[in-house]
Design a protein around this ligand. Structure first.
Ligand code: SF4
Length: 466
């Protein structure tokens, strides 16, 4: 790639290049056909923690597409690809992976910065084809129906060959006509409103093709062990949109661990503790001294072996998500988790040597009373008595989501949220660290998750003006 001449572009080019240099390749991906921009509309750090960013590239490159990854920073203007530092203007196909609602603002900003009208109705034939897929489109594809030329709903594994073949064509009209034949494509622009969702199976096992120290998983090789969740917590879209749940086969999984055993692994799943072959997997990990961390686990299902093995890697802290501040609230949230089960898990954590513990809670439901908050404080006192030296508590307001039993609830207003958080601040025992999620950002998440059609365009335009 030619180096940019002006200093601003050079700074951006170097910024991207440094991230590219930080990546150690596990295996090479190289395609020679059509160039496709795979965009994660957030920072490199967030993007590199997502297995999807690498795995989509892997699936499409297998069909010989030249897929290059992009990420987003507010100050970018050119947007260079990671692989070859090619400016995004040179790509005819832009494929966004829409993982978090708030990224809608970055998608819109990026289009605006590149002079591309937000609405498909105002775009011309010389503009790139905009395709948006990812977990957000799975629970509300209408958020981006007026922005995307095509919305992809579901998992790419289900149609990766057909999708790649469509993208590999040279002529824009041919590409679009072929995309419309794919069952998982929805397009308001072309009035294709029938679509089929499909959850891909995990064979071959999805894994990243690189590691980087900048990822939240720090140089760990990401491998997907399960997709979807067998549970149905009332606030969580994963439990309602990703069914039937798919798990990696134990033999395939062990074979992959064995092939790359000089690496540390980040095992990705909604909850590793629901993996049906967990005991056998842990035996293998223990016998082969494999180091790993997990994206999430249920405290009622942890056992001594799992926690011991996690601690060997780099887990200084044990993370627990009771979500509800009391038993009553957990029951309302369909969390299916008792205080006794949480305490038992915490005792095992102490037994294997954890000294720090982090809790995640959701507050702001209309059923909450002072009694529920008192139960939280009582519980935190109990945790300190177990001997944990550092207890961190993260508090988030409930964001009611479509496709869940909480879909028709309203989000708590800011004043009431502040009243409830003030109570927590004044009541938590000494030694407990509190972290409150920004109300503003969660409110944006709530608003975006409920947008439809051209409301989204109006919404992001208002955000640009703020
Ligand atoms: S909160 Fe966790 S356990 Fe509950 S449905 Fe979602 S992913 Fe599953």
């Amino acid at each position: 790639m030619r180096r940019p001449r002006d200093s601003e572009s050079f700074k951006e080019y170097n910024f991207v290049l440094n991230y590219q240099k930080s990546e150690a390749e596990i295996f090479k991906l190289k395609g020679n056909l059509q160039k496709v921009a795979l965009i994660f509309p957030n920072s490199y750090k967030i993007a590199s923690g997502s297995l999807a960013w690498s795995w989509i590239q892997n699936l499409l490159t297998k069909n010989n597409l030249n897929v290059q990854r992009f990420f987003y920073e507010d100050w970018f203007s050119k947007f260079y690809s990671l692989e070859e530092q090619v400016p995004i203007d040179e790509f005819q196909i832009w494929l966004f992976t829409f993982q978090f609602e708030n990224d809608l603002i970055n998608i819109a900003r990026m289009l605006k910065k590149k002079g591309i009208p937000l609405s498909f109705q105002q775009r011309e034939s010389y503009h790139p084809i905009i395709i948006i897929g990812g977990p957000v489109t799975l629970f509300n594809h209408r958020i981006v129906e007026d922005i995307a030329d095509f919305v992809f709903i579901g998992d790419l594994e289900c149609c990766s060959n057909q999708f790649s073949e469509a993208l590999s064509l040279d002529n824009k009209e041919e590409i679009e006509n072929n995309l419309l034949k794919i069952p998982q494509i929805y397009s308001k622009k072309y009035r294709k409103t029938n679509y089929e969702n499909c959850i891909g199976n995990l064979s071959p096992i999805p894994m990243a093709h690189y590691i980087t120290p900048h990822s939240p998983f720090k140089n760990k090789l990401l491998i997907e062990i399960g997709r979807g969740c067998i549970r149905r917590c009332a606030f969580c879209v994963t439990g309602y949109t990703k069914k039937p749940v798919k798990f990696a086969k134990l033999d395939d999984f062990i074979e992959t661990l064995d092939r790359f055993k000089h690496h540390e692994f980040g095992l990705i799943s909604a909850t590793i503790t629901d993996y049906p072959y967990l005991d056998e997997l842990l035996d293998y990990i223990e016998n082969n001294e494999i180091r790993f961390s997990v994206s999430s686990m249920r405290v009622d299902k942890v056992n001594e072996k799992l926690l011991k093995l996690l601690r060997i890697t780099d887990h200084h802290s044990f993370t627990v998500a009771p979500e509800g501040i009391s038993q009553k609230m957990r029951d309302i949230m369909l969390k299916d988790l008792s205080t006794e089960q949480i305490v038992k898990g915490l005792e095992i954590g102490r037994k294997v040597g954890f000294e720090n513990v982090k809790f995640y809670y959701i507050i702001g439901l209309e059923e909450e009373t002072e009694e529920d908050y008192k139960e939280l404080i009582e519980f935190l006192n109990q945790v300190l008595k177990l001997g944990y030296k550092e207890v961190s508590v993260s508090i988030n307001p409930l964001v009611p989501k479509l496709s869940t039993p909480f879909a028709n609830r309203k989000m708590i207003d800011k004043k009431e949220y502040e009243k409830r958080t003030a109570y927590i601040k004044k009541s938590v025992p000494k030694g407990v660290k509190l972290n409150f999620e920004s109300y503003k950002s969660m409110k944006i998440q709530y608003e975006i998750s409920h947008l439809n059609g051209n409301e989204s365009i109006r919404y992001v335009q208002e955000k640009f003006e703020e």
